[in-house]
Design a protein. Structure first.
Length: 499
């Protein structure tokens, strides 16, 4: 079952080079590919290493197969992955350009990587590739309080940037669950979301301009630093979410906002997911602007309690978390509480202070880790539907779990309609693994039937290639492939991803 796109339970939040290579499902033997013909390579590895080393500082080129194997996968560890020929750790734009020029000359595929916290296999290596790990390019080059912009390198960690701009009275809203590990470059590659998206939007809303190295080593600058700009095609938005298949992000101009007041949260218990979804729709229809609106089903609540002893109400069928960072959050929470009660909430509990609010948010952020602890492995879906169809999505997912005899916990960015059904199973049980994969596909099919999309924020990678083709249709797929050919005619950048 090596090719099942599943994730082992209780994994750390991020991968690190020192992780044992035995945990990486790479293909082929562990020895270095000295014989290019025996390993299906079209280039001489010794020639590749010599050319790369000529333009890189000491320590930037890794070729030991035991070391390079640790860079083979992102967090979707059971997605198909190959064995990289080399890993490069650049520190400058010119070093990235050197790698791409060398790769083009020798026709070597290149897989750009950030912190590898992704959940779709989008950063997985292909056989004989150069892994281009950009985590060392981690400079915050500028924070402009007048223009409300930041200029950063791709390896800057999301939380590091958020704290740096907060010191200047500014706010960078995108906050993926892995924000303490994930990088801005990775966020841009997958168009990451987070808990705050219901009010502030996703990463794409904050990328004003990009510096990119193209497949042949040329440097492309897109976008702007100004508040407005409509000159030419919007290439910046094209690259956001392209998963490293069109170019390598080496710099970004990001929009910032003034720092909002501290948020205050509440928790509401519901006797059914449908009732909780009714409350979500009522909140949005009322014109309220929560800074987050999150949902945890019964399975998720119990898993969080078991892992973190959070004291969440296990009698609930669905727990809705709402927060506001408005000037008068207590009044806004009171309005939400009334709407929740009208929708059938059995209890509405506002947090008394910021510390209690933070505990509720910690419980939500813990959801995925807690669900992973239920079984040896998980398959994590990322289906987004219109908010008006959210109840149908959750009820349909519950029916799928029952039909396949599996535990499926759901946590959701309910205000966005973005659900994360987590299928829990044992990959050693062949029948259970088969049912898990079939249920995963059934959940994606349900999302499309409800007018949704197969991924709201995790990306396609290798996990959902087949489903992307179904969502786009033949004409859409043809156009996307034409764009890929325009930027990467040799197909060297992150091959095998998306389509």
């Amino acid at each position: 079952m090596d090719d099942l796109p599943v994730r082992p339970a209780a994994r750390p939040a991020a991968h690190h080079p020192e992780r044992s290579a035995t945990h990486v499902p790479v293909q082929g033997p562990a020895d270095e590919p000295a014989d290019r013909h025996a390993h299906g390579l079209t280039y001489d590895p010794a020639d590749l290493y010599a050319r790369l080393a000529a333009g890189l500082p000491p320590g930037a080129l890794l070729t030991d197969p035991d070391v390079t194997a640790a860079y083979a996968t992102d967090m979707a560890s059971f997605c198909t992955a190959g064995r990289p020929a080399a890993v490069v750790l650049p520190r400058t734009v010119e070093q990235v350009r050197h790698v791409m020029r060398t790769a083009t000359a020798l026709r070597v595929p290149v897989v750009p990587q950030g912190a590898r916290t992704g959940l779709s296999g989008g950063a997985n290596a292909s056989d004989g590739c150069i892994v281009l790990s950009l985590v060392g390019m981690d400079g915050i080059l500028e924070i402009n309080t007048v223009d409300r912009t930041a200029v950063v390198e791709p390896g800057v960690v999301n939380a590091v940037l958020s704290r740096a701009v907060a010191e200047r009275g500014l706010y960078y809203p995108p906050d993926p669950s892995s924000w303490e590990q994930c990088t801005i470059g990775g966020n841009i590659g997958t168009a990451s979301g987070g808990l705050c998206c219901v009010k502030y939007g996703v990463t794409a809303e904050y990328v004003l301009g990009l510096d990119l190295v193209l497949a042949d080593g040329r440097l492309l600058r897109t976008g702007r630093r100004t508040a407005k700009g409509v000159a030419g095609y919007d290439l910046t938005r094209l690259f956001v979410g392209s998963e490293g298949t069109l170019g390598v992000v080496v710099g970004a101009v990001l929009a910032l906002r003034p720092a909002p007041p501290r948020q205050l949260a509440l928790a509401a218990e519901f006797p059914s997911s449908a009732a909780a979804c009714e409350a979500v729709c009522a909140v949005m229809e009322a014109g309220l602007t929560p800074s987050l609106l999150e949902l945890m089903d019964r399975t998720t609540v119990r898993a969080v309690n078991a892992l973190g002893r959070m004291g969440l109400p296990e009698t609930t069928e669905a727990l809705l978390l709402a927060a506001f960072d408005t000037p008068d959050p207590a009044a806004d929470l009171a309005a939400v509480g009334e709407l929740c009660a009208a929708a059938g909430a059995t209890a509405v509990v506002p947090a008394e202070d910021e510390a209690e609010s933070e505990l509720l948010l910690q419980a939500r952020r813990m959801s995925l880790t807690a669900l992973e602890a239920l079984r040896p492995a998980t398959m994590i879906d990322d289906v987004c539907v219109p908010r008006s169809r959210l109840a149908e999505m959750l009820d349909g997912t519950a029916a799928i779990a029952e039909r396949y005899g599996l535990t499926v916990g759901v946590c959701a960015h309910a205000g966005d309609g973005n659900t994360h059904p987590v299928v829990c199973f044992d990959p050693a049980d062949e029948d259970e693994a088969r049912r898990a994969r079939e249920s995963f596909d059934a959940i994606m099919a349900l999302g499309l039937e409800l007018g949704g999309t197969i991924t709201g924020e995790h990306g396609v990678g290798v996990l959902k290639k087949e489903w992307l083709a179904r969502e786009l249709g033949p004409v859409g797929l043809e156009m996307q492939r034409a764009v890929k050919r325009a930027f990467d005619p040799l197909g060297l950048l992150n091959p095998g991803k998306l389509f």
